[in-house]
Design a protein. Structure first.
Length: 170
């Protein structure tokens, strides 16, 4: 049996959804992927070269940021997540030469490992917001989507990194 009346109105008479959407609902999802094999030797924070924008529908919305960075470094390649020029989801106790990071990669020359990132951001904005990752090296090259040796062998690998944003009703 088809529903023909909602709140005592015919379906054709309804012009808008209810005024309040419950908090915690996913309102939109956007994703960007990076499949190119990249590397850096930068000892200063540098953009990884891929980002994703989202425009929240309300200032009360939160943005759930998911990232999976397929990274490799033989000596601690660090990364952090940024909303425009603001660091999010990183420690707040950088001291001396210790970096304020969201995560890091450290492995042997034939391994590329997923470095997960998840953070619930509260930007209080309805403007377009751009999220991205930056990286910095300790003393050796850090790689994205490939192993340090990048050997053409059965144990060599290339991979895909992702950045997913979800607007959550606040």
């Amino acid at each position: 049996m088809a529903i023909t009346r909602i709140n005592n109105n015919t379906i054709s008479a309804i012009t808008a959804l209810p005024g309040a959407i419950a908090t915690g609902k996913v309102l939109q999802v956007v994703q960007n992927t990076q499949g190119t094999a990249l590397s850096t030797t930068s000892t200063s924070w540098a953009d990884m070269g891929w980002d994703q924008a989202i425009t929240p529908s309300a200032t009360s919305s939160k943005i759930l940021v998911f990232g999976t960075l397929m990274m490799a470094s033989t000596n601690h390649g660090n990364f952090r997540c940024m909303r425009a020029s603001t660091v999010i989801g990183a420690g707040s106790t950088a001291s001396g030469s210790r970096q304020n990071v969201s995560g890091y990669a450290n492995c042997d020359g034939n391994t590329c490992r997923p470095q997960p990132f998840c953070f619930l951001d509260s930007p209080s904005s309805t403007s377009s917001l751009t999220y991205k990752f930056q990286w910095i090296v300790n003393s050796s090259t850090t790689y994205l989507n490939r192993t340090p040796n990048d050997t053409d062998a059965a144990y060599g690998s290339r991979s895909l990194s992702t950045l997913t944003l979800m607007e959550i009703a606040g």
